[in-house]
Design a protein around this ligand. Structure first.
Ligand SMILES: [Zn+2]
Ligand SMILES: [Zn+2]
Length: 238
C-alpha cells in the first residue's frame, strides 16, 4: 500500500490506532511497524555536529566526520540528533502533523528518534531537561498547538527526562523558507528570551531542522542563561 493510501485511511483513525502510521497495514503497539521504521530511520554518514548528510567518503571514523560548514564556523549547539532525513514520506508526515493536526505521526516518529537518542547517549548521561523550540504566542494561537511541544512531551515521558518551559519566543518571525542564511539570522535576532536559569546540559527539541539557524540562535541565548551544553533533537534534518 502506498504512503498516500495509508494516509487517507489514517486521517479517519484515532490517535491510539494500532496500525502503522506509514503503511497503515501492519498492526503495531508503537504506531510504526519494523519495516517502515527501518525505511525511515536515518543511517547515512552525517556531520557529527549539525547532522547534515556527508556524501563523499572520508578516511576519518564516522564519529569524527564534520561537514565543511561546521569546520569553518562551528555552531553554538553541541550536536544535532535526527530521527530521519527530511524526505518522503517523513516530509509529508510532518506537514500532516503541523498543518492537519495528524498527531499520530508525532508518536511514530518519536519512536525512531528515541532509538537514535539511546544510541547516542549509550555511554553518556541524558540532558537534565528538554525544551521545545517555542512558537510566538500569536502563531500558537493561529495553529492551536506547537508540534515541537507535543514531540517534547512524548520524549519526556518515554525517556524519563523532565521538560522545561523557560525558553520563550518574543518575536513573531516570518517564515524562513527561501531566505538566505544571512536573512534567516537577521530575522531571528532577539527572537527568543529565557525566563529564569537553565540546567547545565539541555536538549532543544524541534520537528525539522533545516539550516540550523533557529536552533543555533536559541542555543546562543540558552548558553547565556546557565546552559553549558545544548544538544538538538529533531524528527528530521534536511
Ligand atoms: Zn508500516
Ligand atoms: Zn555540520
Amino acid at each position: 500500500m502506498s504512503f498516500f493510501s495509508g494516509l487517507k485511511t489514517a486521517v479517519h483513525s484515532t490517535i491510539n490506532t494500532s496500525s502503522c502510521s506509514f503503511c497503515n497495514v501492519a498492526q503495531t503497539q508503537t504506531g510504526i511497524c519494523d519495516t517502515c521504521f527501518v525505511a525511515i530511520e536515518s543511517n547515512d554518514i552525517s556531520c557529527g555536529r549539525c547532522a547534515s548528510a556527508i556524501t563523499h567518503k572520508r578516511t576519518q571514523t564516522i564519529k569524527s566526520v564534520l561537514c565543511g560548514r561546521c569546520i569553518k564556523k562551528p555552531p553554538h549547539y553541541h550536536k544535532v540528533i535526527a530521527a530521519s532525513r527530511y524526505q518522503f514520506p517523513v516530509d509529508k508526515a510532518l506537514s500532516e502533523l503541523k498543518f492537519n493536526k495528524q498527531l499520530h505521526y508525532a508518536r511514530s516518529l518519536c519512536c525512531v528518534l528515541e532509538r537514535q537518542i539511546k544510541l547516542h547517549y549509550f555511554d553518556a548521561p541524558y540532558p537534565e531537561a528538554i525544551l521545545a523550540v517555542p512558537l510566538h504566542p500569536k502563531r500558537l494561537q493561529e495553529r492551536g498547538f506547537n508540534q515541537s511541544e507535543i514531540i517534547t512531551k512524548h520524549l519526556s515521558q518515554s525517556l524519563g527526562i523532565p521538560t522545561a518551559g523557560n525558553l520563550i519566543r518574543v518575536k513573531n518571525t516570518p517564515h524562513q523558507i527561501g531566505l538566505s542564511e544571512k536573512q534567516r539570522r537577521k530575522n531571528l535576532n532577539n527572537a527568543f528570551d529565557v525566563r529564569g536559569t537553565l540546567p547545565s546540559h539541555i536538549a532543544l527539541v524541534d520537528d525539522v531542522v533545516t539550516t540550523g539557524s533557529t536552533v543555533n540562535e536559541a542555543t546562543k541565548l540558552c548558553l547565556r542563561y546557565g546552559a553549558q551544553r545544548v544538544d538538538v533533537w529533531c524528527l528530521a534534518k534536511t
